[in-house]
Design a protein around this ligand. Structure first.
Ligand code: HEC
Ligand code: HEC
Length: 212
């Protein structure tokens, strides 16, 4: 019985994502409908869920969401065996989406109203982190707003624990070391300017002072 229910849910889930028309051609669903498959982890409003380590994606620019979904699809991101959270995200981008759907869902994510994530770091020194942020400013902007010309995403408003986890991943090579990941490869040396986890927490505490 349980299996039947699981199967029914799976079929219902697939039906909300891809849709095969009677003539056999695949029809691209609108981004809003595609997003139903993302909401279980990232939330209806895209603000993420800390308990399952799903980041806040509400209002991220379409170019960045598109680029990240493409990376998950190709394995440039999220395929490293130690990338536990990336491995959760990856199947979604791979099994169910084609390029048109990636574009449509990315455009929808960009329309979601930005939500500022609640801070969680306890032992971080934002004032100390302000000094390290001087290195980041050229790409991510003085208010963490990002810069499309440099492929640098906005950081303002994102969960602090997520930003710290990404800095660790860049530094250890779980993210950004794959030769397919050109823009991750640009970020990776920057993570190496932060000597330890405390320095990462400090710079992220500074980023958390930016409004979104
Ligand atoms: C099973 C849960 C799950 C589902 C479903 C899911 N995601 Fe994710 N997603 C995650 C997790 C966890 C991460 C963080 C990976 C990490 O920490 O490295 C993530 C990361 C991302 C990122 C990277 C954010 C950034 O700032 O770099 C984007 C963009 C994203 N997801 C978009 C989507 C979209 C769009 C969908 C629906 C098509 C989706 N996700 C479905 C769990 C999920
Ligand atoms: C040379 C430009 C450049 C500089 C300088 C730079 N970054 Fe980045 N950063 C990037 C790019 C490009 C990406 C996107 C990588 C990708 O496409 O996966 C990124 C991604 C990130 C991410 C992941 C965001 C997410 O949503 O997953 C974090 C966190 C981050 N940078 C923090 C920093 C911090 C902190 C500094 C300063 C110590 C810094 N960056 C300096 C270019 C830069």
């Amino acid at each position: 019985m349980h299996r039947l229910i699981t199967f029914a849910l799976l079929v219902a889930g697939l039906a909300t994502v891809g849709c095969i028309r009677p003539d056999g051609a695949k029809k691209t669903l609108p981004g809003k409908e595609l997003f139903a498959a993302c909401a279980s982890c990232h939330g209806e409003n895209g603000a993420g869920q800390a308990n399952i380590a799903a980041p806040n994606i509400a209002g991220l620019p379409a170019w960045y969401v598109e680029a990240q979904l493409a990376k998950y699809r190709s394995g440039a991101r999220g395929a490293h065996p130690e990338d536990l959270e990336g491995l959760r995200m990856r199947p979604m981008s791979r099994q169910m989406m084609d390029e048109g759907e990636v574009k449509a869902v990315a455009a929808y994510v960009a329309t979601l109203a930005p939500v500022k994530s609640a801070p969680s770091l306890k032992d971080a020194d934002a004032a100390a982190g302000a000094g390290s942020y001087a290195t980041c400013l050229a790409c991510h902007g003085d208010k963490g707003q990002g810069n499309q010309a440099l492929n640098a995403p906005p950081l303002a408003g994102q969960y602090d624990w997520y930003l710290v986890s990404q800095l660790k991943k860049f530094k250890s090579g779980i993210r950004g070391a794959n030769p397919l990941d050109v823009t991750g490869g640009q970020m990776r040396p920057m993570s190496m300017t932060l000597p330890d986890e405390q320095a990462m927490k400090n710079v992220v505490a500074h980023i958390s002072t930016f409004n979104r």
